[in-house]
Design a protein. Sequence first.
Length: 208
Amino acid sequence: MPDAQGFTHSPAPVTLEGHGVRLVPLQMAHAPALAQAAADGELWTLRVTSVPGPDATEEYIHQALAGQIAGHMLPFAVIDAASGQVIGSTRYHDIVPAIARLEIGYTWYARSRQRSHVNTACKLLLLSHAFDTLGAAVVGWRTDNYNFASQRAIERLGAHRDGVLRHHALRADGSVRDTVMYSLLAGEWPEVEHHLSDQLQRPRPSPC
């Protein structure tokens, strides 16, 4: 268990693989494939998400890598392990080493991969690395108050709903959102790990 002095290992770029997906450090070279993944469903049109539009993918990656250099982000490209196709992105963010805290967010997948095993697999990989390797004391999530699908997905993981920060952040369209906050403590992780592993063992219908 980490103490108040921080992580047992510092967060650093790493490849995580298992359950049919591979998370690799996000690079500028991923821009064309990432744009193609976002085009599957025109995800940038969704008001409550932060998916880059066709002309904004390189800037999206640039900002993510700037956060990595600054030490508060660790972004990944999500890749289908069988085909090698980029199918989305996710990242650690708001990394606070002094208290061994990080959040998981900026997560999105091509529409054809939604409602599949992909999100559960990615969360299991990210949570395992955060708690078992980095020694995180807590992992957090935040989402738009109107992003009900995201809230349900986070709650299915077993995270605790901490509350709502009102008038908290700008959306891409310039409106101001309330933010719903969630967390999972290190002591709660073993039960959640068992739950997620069990979910991945259950058969799922193939995504349309």
